[in-house]
Design a protein around this ligand. Structure first.
Ligand code: PLP
Length: 473
């Protein structure tokens, strides 16, 4: 329900701006047109437009009318990366130190934490539901649950995936302590030490960490700004190397936020089938779409049961809820053994929590408003970066998820830039942590998983001004 009559039209305009149907500079309908279309008074239409002006979405130009002020715009990427498909060991010590040192989650205004900020987490829903569960279930929560997880929970996850077109057998699901544990189990199930796997480039450092722990070699497959994961490049790599698995995030790749289209998903499956390469699909951001509907998983098109899909509730609910899942498919037996060796059970309290909120649909209600908030923060942050950083920078527009991938001109002194940012408590994740090559020295990831305050916008401006200044040196 709307609180003001005018929201009947402002909601439509806001939605079109957020979905990028209306772009910056576009003229909006006149007061007279809106009055007629929505049967509103002139005063009501004016108040509606004023509310959009206050939100910074629209500007009013005297005698001309109302125009879109803030929106994503089409940009041209600066560079197309030149990759060479070499398999490499992961020497990651310094990168790991870098990410841990910068990962001070308590810092306000940090743009480096890819988890929902405290105010984005549905705290009341989670805490109240947990209290009810403790009251209802009592001491039974203190026992072991089955090693592969509660049957009820596996059924609910399977139902939920069926609703988005993925048919996964609940008996082939394993409940895990988060997505990273699921990835560890999946990789260990299909590889041995020294094997070569393919990963995306840039690639989120936590995936690199898991691969390093398992002593795997990696080949990086570029995620291009315009076309996403480079399928042709991957096929070429498969012809020249023995690849034992591909780890990929088709829906809202971290850090670019890129969404793979359905045709590419099908083509990728054909390649994996041709070379008999299991695909490990990370769907942790799949529910966080800014597009019209939930994108399909690779699993939707998997006729040979060779895709291992995993996800968790860390990004869509709260990172402290240690609950993920893995659909291991034909690798189930191996995966179950590995899971057991990593811990006999996932916390019953978390399992019951997720059962409850999936059963009563509160998870889906939360997602609806959460996606809207995220999309807005994405637009505010993207616009601020575009406004304050040097013109020849590139900011990739996310289609979902949490992050904006930023590329600064290559000649900038990034060491000085990060030192300045750190002194001013502006935390970004450095590009070098997303690869074991030097390709992303001049890049960084900026996360919009919390509300942007006027203070945080000032910090973006400061960082942008510093970047401009460094380029003049
Ligand atoms: C792509 C991706 N996968 C997995 C994780 C970790 O998820 P979890 O907290 O569920 O282990 C993260 C975040 O750190 C991530 O960005």
């Amino acid at each position: 329900m709307f609180s003001y009559k005018y929201e009947i039209f402002t909601a439509v305009i806001e939605n079109k701006i957020n979905k990028r149907v209306l772009l910056k500079g576009e003229r909006l309908p006149s007061i007279r047109e809106i009055k007629k279309e929505y049967n509103l008074s002139v005063v009501s239409v004016q108040s509606g437009y004023e509310s959009l002006v206050l939100k910074g979405l629209v500007k009013s130009i005297p005698k001309k009318g109302y125009f879109v002020d803030k929106s994503f715009e089409k940009q041209i990427p600066i560079s197309k990366k030149q990759f060479s498909p070499v398999s490499r060991d992961i020497d990651f010590t310094s990168n790991l130190q870098l990410t841990s040192a910068r990962n001070k989650s308590s810092e306000a205004n940090s743009f480096n934490n890819a988890v929902p900020g405290d105010s984005m987490i549905p705290q009341k829903l989670i805490l109240r539901t947990m209290q009810n569960i403790i009251r209802e279930k009592g001491a039974s929560l203190l026992r072991y649950y089955p090693p592969n997880g509660s049957e009820e929970l596996r059924n609910l996850i399977s139902d939920r995936m069926r609703r988005v077109g993925s048919f996964i057998n609940p008996d082939e699901i394993i409940i895990t302590d988060g997505a990273l544990q699921a990835l560890f189990i999946a990789l260990r199930s299909v590889t041995n030490e020294g094997d070569v796997i393919a990963i995306e480039s840039p690639c989120v450092f936590s995936v690199l960490e898991v691969a390093a722990t398992l002593n795997l070699k990696i080949i990086e497959i570029p995620v291009q700004y315009e076309n996403g994961f480079d399928i042709n490049y991957f096929e070429k790599v498969c012809l020249e190397h023995t690849i034992k698995a591909l780890v990929i995030t088709p829906n809202f790749h971290n850090p670019t936020g890129k969404l793979m289209n359905d045709l590419d998903k099908k083509n990728l499956l054909n390649i994996s089938e041709k070379f008999k390469i299991p695909i490990i699909e990370n769907d942790i951001y799949g529910d966080l779409y800014f597009t019209e509907e939930r994108p399909s998983c690779l699993k939707n098109f998997d006729e040979h049961n060779s895709v291992i899909t995993f996800s968790s509730f860390s990004k869509s609910l709260a990172p402290g809820i240690r609950l993920g899942w893995l659909h291991a498919g034909k690798f189930y037996q191996e995966a179950e053994k590995i899971k057991f060796s990593l811990g006999r059970t996932v916390s019953p309290l978390y399992q019951e929590l997720i059962i409850k909120i999936l059963q009563n649909n509160s998870y889906y209600r939360h997602l609806r408003s959460f996606r809207k908030k995220l999309n807005q923060q994405a637009m505010y942050l993207w616009s601020a970066l575009k406004k304050h950083f040097p013109e020849n920078s590139y900011f990739h527009q996310p289609e979902g998820g949490y992050s904006i991938w930023c590329e600064l001109p290559e000649e900038i002194n990034m060491k000085e830039f990060y030192n300045y940012c750190e002194r001013n408590k502006i935390l970004f994740t450095p590009g070098i942590t997303f690869s074991i090559t030097d390709e992303y020295q001049h890049c960084f990831r900026a996360v919009f998983a919390d509300y942007l305050t006027s203070e945080s916008l000032i910090l973006i401006e400061k960082a942008g001004v510093k970047a401009r200044e460094l380029l003049l040196k």
